[in-house]
Design a protein around this ligand. Structure first.
Ligand SMILES: Nc1nc2c(c(=O)[nH]1)N[C@H]1C(S)=C(S)[C@@H](COP(=O)(O)OP(=O)(O)OC[C@H]3O[C@@H](n4cnc5c(=O)[nH]c(N)nc54)[C@H](O)[C@@H]3O)O[C@H]1N2
Ligand SMILES: Nc1nc2c(c(=O)[nH]1)N[C@H]1C(S)=C(S)[C@@H](COP(=O)(O)OP(=O)(O)OC[C@H]3O[C@@H](n4cnc5c(=O)[nH]c(N)nc54)[C@H](O)[C@@H]3O)O[C@H]1N2
Ligand SMILES: [Mo]
Length: 679
């Protein structure tokens, strides 16, 4: 058996990313969970015994019924995110089940909510050029995104653009592998992207390089912009963002004078306190210059707004009891430890985790572990592997992988709907998430027929909609073709002449009055990060370095971290430091270091490099605590703070200090499978 890319696919063109290339190694891994497991040791210890599905479902159903009786249904909290993003296995039967119970709602904010909100206030739904259009661009700004690692299928399009004369510029505090491949690297100070965009707007408006006709026809509030950006001279901007004034001047003029220009903005800038505003201001640049007019011009945060699948039918939000409380997933540490979950109402008494590994991916992990350790918390984890989260479960239930179940996928970088057909039988006794929730619903005596719909029925329901983009996209046609392009115009230039955007004004909102109602500035502005401090500001802060922890090339968030080939590729946890910062602390490449702040600490091996700017430290990846030195990782230092818009995570708004520590053992404990191999 083999896993390969489809050479005819217009976006992937037959190549797979580093991780999915290893999908078989993961699926057939010796550590795959194959039966339900009941905890026999202490929480977190990881000792379990095998049990039957019948025992597991009977016990879980009666425990949940007990919680509902004693505390009410809101004492149950579902916790899920992106383990799989397929609609069936991530947001269908699970939602129906929890909505029918009346469980607490989960605000799924850990990744994209700051940008989503920012875009909603500015442009409405998230659309933009895809790789198929981007190859026409003549200037590409990769703004807070490590394309070669996190979005490699865009890269071939950018290479084709470059062959046709495009210049590629990376705006990133790190010279990532992507920045190293670009024509220019702008080493921006973290959390200051809005300032850079305001500085560029200053130059563009000062020199009369804006597209007046586009602004007048398609936007509101633009006439307030010149006064707003007045103060953002290249000099002032340069001081804030840490880039020379003449570079800002040059980039702004190049941006305004080149056609088409494409900005791929992504998550880097969102993970700071002012992340929403940053996305909004950067995203307005192509409105100012009219870059949206051309094919391949504009900005892409995501294309997910184009997928108008029938989520109402899938998730049944109409079943949610009025007034049900919502818990923000990134505040799990507080939610599990505070008597009213931090939001009012009963304590969380039952936690059901699927498609997520909060004991690794959530911020402020010491709080998360403390909460998961509570003896009066009943925890169920649906998983492929014995993760850190699973170690705290009362029941671990074995789930199927993509190779073993049906699903339907939308996308956030292109416009194709994809059907996922199972190609092998479920491993052992593993079951799809959808099936586990169907069985649990039945065991709890919930009798709605909608709680019995099978996976293919769910796929059909997702596609049942009047939206023209899904016209003619049916299960049968997907069975035949595997994937289908949405019924959108080709080429896709959604904002070339935008006359009916999904914003309150129907236009591009340079001024967004709804933001004022949220206590935010309705006009473009700079919202500084919370923990970032300019070292030049005089007083020496206790935690003078900002720690960035973007995705590792070989891992997918916390997924694949236990796959031997990828583990050896990624190696030990590292900390990248600028030579000036390393010298100040007596740290050399290869030294074991401890990184800490008031929330916690973790260990890494130092790499001294000019690939990061002074004042910044970098540790790639979300690691598994149980496969890390002393069971702690970068997320022991990150905070439960939230962004200005969307209450998103601020993983990179994280001030730390670092010190060399004496020699110690391996920074990389073995997995169970590796331990078995050695003895
Ligand atoms: N290999 C791999 N690919 C992945 C993932 C993975 O874990 N591994 N995760 C997937 C997921 S869930 C997501 S959300 C995406 C994320 O993918 P990206 O959108 O690429 O986001 P990040 O990797 O979080 O950040 C990208 C870059 O932003 C930089 N950055 C940090 N702070 C700032 C800032 O303030 N300003 C600017 N301009 N840049 C900043 C970081 O140094 C980093 O190089 O990737 C997806 N793809
Ligand atoms: N410090 C720091 N922390 C971060 C980030 C960062 O950049 N820095 N990135 C953040 C981002 S962008 C994101 S999206 C989150 C991701 O957070 P999560 O959504 O938790 O992502 P993963 O760790 O990839 O996946 C969680 C688990 O889902 C399981 N899984 C996969 N498929 C299935 C399935 O079909 N059924 C079941 N039951 N389980 C399945 C996998 O085995 C895996 O253990 O992490 C965030 N955390
Ligand atoms: Mo993400």
């Amino acid at each position: 058996m083999d896993v390969r890319g489809d050479p005819d696919h217009p976006v992937t063109r037959g190549f797979l990313c580093t991780k999915v290339n290893r999908y078989l190694e993961r699926t057939y891994h010796a550590d795959r969970l194959t039966t339900p497991l009941r905890r026999v040791g202490a929480k977190g210890e990881g000792r379990f015994e095998r049990a039957s599905w019948d025992e597991a479902l009977t016990d879980i159903a009666s425990r949940l019924q007990g919680v509902i009786r004693e505390r009410g249904p809101e004492a149950i909290l579902p916790y899920s995110y992106a383990g799989t993003m397929g609609l069936v296995q991530s947001s269908s039967m699970d939602r129906r089940f929890f909505h029918r119970l009346g469980a607490s709602l989960l605000a799924r904010t850990i990744c994209a909510s700051a940008g989503t909100e920012a875009w909603r206030h500015t442009y409405g739904e998230r659309v933009g050029p895809t790789p198929e259009e981007a190859e026409n661009a003549k200037l590409v700004l990769l703004w807070g995104t490590n394309t070669l690692t996190s979005n490699p299928h865009l890269w071939p399009a950018l290479r084709r653009a470059r062959e046709k004369g495009a210049r590629l510029v990376a705006i990133d505090p790190i010279r990532t592998r992507t920045a190293a491949q670009c024509d220019e690297w702008l080493p921006i100070h973290p959390g200051t992207d809005a300032a850079l965009a305001l500085g560029m707007m200053h130059v563009i408006l000062r020199d009369g390089l804006e597209d007046r006709d586009y602004l007048e026809s398609y936007s509101v509030g633009w006439e307030k912009l010149p006064a707003r950006v007045e103060e953002w001279t290249p000099e002032r901007t340069g001081e804030v963002v840490g880039i020379p004034a003449d570079t800002i001047e040059r980039i702004a003029r190049e941006y305004a004078n080149t056609r088409p220009t494409f900005i791929r903005l992504n998550y880097g800038m969102q993970r700071h306190a002012g992340g929403g505003m940053a996305v909004r201001v950067v995203a307005l640049l192509p409105a100012l210059t009219g870059a949206w007019r051309e094919v391949g011009g504009g900005a892409t945060l995501s294309t997910s707004g184009a997928f108008h699948v029938n989520r109402r039918a899938l998730e049944r939000p109409d079943w949610i009891p009025a007034g049900t409380r919502t818990i923000n997933m990134i505040r799990l540490g507080d939610a599990l430890n505070l008597p009213d979950a931090g939001v009012g109402g009963p304590p969380v008494s039952a936690l059901i985790v699927y498609n997520s590994n909060p004991a690794a991916v959530a911020p402020d992990l010491s709080k998360v572990r403390e909460g998961l350790s509570r003896e009066d918390l009943f925890t169920v984890v649906l998983e492929h592997f014995q993760t850190d989260t699973a170690d705290y479960a009362d029941w671990v239930l074995p789930a199927t992988t993509q190779l073993e179940h049906w699903d339907l996928h939308t996308a956030y970088g292109h416009l194709y709907v994809t059907l996922n057909r199972p190609s092998i039988e479920p491993m052992g006794e593993s079951r799809p998430n959808s099936e586990i929730f169907r069985r649990l619903a039945a065991r709890m005596g919930l009798s709605d027929p909608e709680l019995r719909d099978d996976d293919i029925t769910l796929i059909r329901q997702a596609l049942e909609t009047d939206h023209p983009y899904l016209d003619g996209i049916t299960f049968e046609r997907l069975l035949e073709h595997g994937y289908l392009r949405l019924e959108v115009p080709r080429p896709f230039a959604p904002l070339a002449r935008p006359t009916a955007l999904r914003t309150p004004s129907g236009k591009i909102q340079i001024e967004a009055p709804a933001l004022a109602e949220l206590g935010l500035d309705p006009l473009p502005t700079f919202t500084p990060p919370t923990e970032a401090r300019e070292r030049t500001s005089g007083r020496e802060p206790a935690f003078p370095l900002l720690l960035l922890s973007p995705p590792e090339h070989q891992f997918l968030n916390s997924t694949f971290v236990n796959i031997p080939s990828l583990r050896s590729g990624a190696g030990e946890t590292k900390l990248l430091l600028h030579p000036s910062e390393a010298a100040e602390r007596g740290i050399s490449t290869g030294d074991p270091v401890r990184i800490w702040n008031t929330r916690g600490d973790f260990f890494a091996r130092a790499i001294v490099t000019e690939d990061v700017r002074p004042g910044v430290a970098v540790s790639y990846g979300v690691r598994w605590p149980r496969l890390s030195q002393q069971g702690r990782t970068v997320n022991d230092t990150t905070s439960q703070g939230v962004t200005d818009m969307g209450e998103g995570a601020v993983f990179y708004d994280n001030a730390i200090e670092v010190e060399a520590v004496g020699a110690e053992g391996s920074l990389m404990p073995a997995t169970a499978a590796e331990a078995t191999l050695v003895g």
